[in-house]
Design a protein around this ligand. Structure first.
Ligand SMILES: NC(=O)c1ccc[n+]([C@@H]2O[C@H](COP(=O)([O-])OP(=O)(O)OC[C@H]3O[C@@H](n4cnc5c(N)ncnc54)[C@H](O)[C@@H]3O)[C@@H](O)[C@H]2O)c1
Length: 406
């Protein structure tokens, strides 16, 4: 027998070279906050600049964006800045062009559903920001239209990719918590009113007539976070408040803030037959000053352990490390409760969550595998927002119906 282990590798033939599959992506709304920073720069251009994504069979998937928006001058500037060849203010023309396979949408929420309808009708694969529509009926209709047209869909579920939430997922899967009892989420920060300091969010966020409001903005996130980590959301009770009724817009003009800037929600979750029901409380607020380690934190209590996770960090307390406080208002308590928690080590390299999800979606698209974060999942998020608003209006707990495709 001849030992071939030291023999030189056979010269690569042209046939053995991995195939390259270039995917054209219509990026609509790239001049916006999310469209530019997270989707164009941090995701698609980052994937382009690293030479694409390699599939297990050696195929290289590369991306080619076309920038779409209302102002051709703005698009031309962005295209030149980032070395992008294609841009247009004519969405219909881009949709009619078979070079572009995926339609990606980062428009203001109000403009989304009409654009998605056109893209579905054109047979494009869809990738979109949340919320997918302004009403649950419309969001479900879009999911049905896409299913009927046989187009694949993906909806941004970025919070699931946060390092802190990935660590939480691992804790849950390891059985660390025992039976999970409750989740307390605290999200928010102070958004300036816009008069003496410019606001750090767009003014449409504070006008209900323009698709604004923190419930429509955040409840779609809470829905996929809760259902993917803990269980389906069964009911919601929410209190929506507009704490600051007047704000100042991008031009320094005062306007009436008609949408809520804070929401205090209680959600009942179906934790499954083994775990049983879980109660989640999540405060979402643009009118709170941060006294936490991170802008979002979830505190999870289980029979065997608890965890507090943020965007990045995660700390745990096992039942064996749990102190036994005794309530005594007459004595100052000098126990250092913070010291009872252990920070989890960072054992993984996490990349930007938007990019991670884009990569997974592109791989699923090329390989034709099912993709669970689709327009139906997006519709469940819109339903939770709608039910939250209904609960607040009517002052009662609202049960969520199950959405299914026709
Ligand atoms: N996943 C997340 O964490 C996250 C965070 C913030 C916002 N969002 C979502 O992303 C979307 C965009 O939010 P943003 O903060 O980037 O807003 P933005 O105002 O910064 O950008 C909106 C974009 O839509 C375009 N646009 C505005 N009005 C339009 C119209 N009538 N027709 C067509 N285009 C129009 C603007 O030119 C801009 O490109 C929203 O749906 C929002 O809910 C998601």
């Amino acid at each position: 027998m001849t030992d071939t282990s030291l023999a030189p590798a056979p010269a690569a033939t042209p046939d053995a070279r991995p195939a390259v599959r270039e995917i054209g992506i219509i990026m609509n709304g790239v001049s916006g906050r999310m469209g530019y920073r997270q989707h164009l720069v941090r995701s698609i251009l980052a994937i382009r600049d690293q030479g694409g994504i390699e599939l297990p069979d050696g195929t290289r998937v590369t991306v080619k964006p076309i920038l779409v928006g209302r102002s051709e001058a703005k698009l031309a500037e962005l295209a030149a800045k980032h070395g992008i060849e294609d841009y247009t203010a004519d969405l219909d023309a881009a949709l009619a062009d078979p070079r572009w396979e995926i339609y990606a949408d980062f428009l203001v929420t109000k403009a989304r559903s009409s654009a998605l309808r056109k893209a579905i009708a054109a047979g494009k694969t869809i990738y979109t920001e949340k919320p997918t529509a302004e009403t649950a009926a419309e969001a479900l209709e879009l999911a049905n239209l896409a299913a009927a047209a046989g187009v694949k869909t993906g909806v941004v579920h970025d919070k699931l990719y946060l390092p802190g939430l990935q660590k939480l997922k691992r804790l849950i899967e390891s059985g660390f918590f025992g039976r999970i009892l409750s989740v307390r989420g605290e999200f928010g920060y102070w958004v300036f009113e816009g008069d003496w300091q410019p606001a750090q969010r767009p003014s449409w966020n504070y006008r209900v007539e323009d698709g604004g409001g923190i419930i429509v903005d955040m409840f779609p996130h809470w829905n996929y976070v809760l259902e993917n980590l803990f269980g389906k959301v069964e009911t919601v009770y929410a209190q929506a408040s507009t704490h600051i009724p007047t704000r100042w817009d991008e031009n320094g003009e005062p306007y009436a803030a008609t949408a809520e800037d804070a929401a205090y929600g209680v959600f009942e979750l179906d934790g499954g037959p083994e775990n049983g029901p879980i109660v989640a409380q999540i405060n979402s607020s643009w009118t709170v000053r941060v006294n936490r380690d991170e802008l979002v934190e979830f505190h999870v209590d289980g029979t065997h352990g608890s965890a507090v996770v943020g965007l990045f960090g995660a700390k745990i307390q096992h039942r064996n490390a749990t102190p036994k406080p005794v309530w005594n208002p007459d004595l100052a308590d000098d126990h250092d409760y913070d010291a009872d928690w252990a920070e989890l080590p960072v054992n993984d390299v996490f990349q930007n969550g938007f990019r991670q999800q884009w990569e997974e979606f592109l791989v699923s698209y090329v390989e034709g595998t099912p993709y669970e974060f689709d327009l139906l999942s997006g519709a469940r998020g819109v339903l939770l927002a709608e039910a939250g608003l209904e609960s607040s209006r009517e002052g009662r707990k609202v049960a969520l119906r199950t959405l299914t495709l026709e």
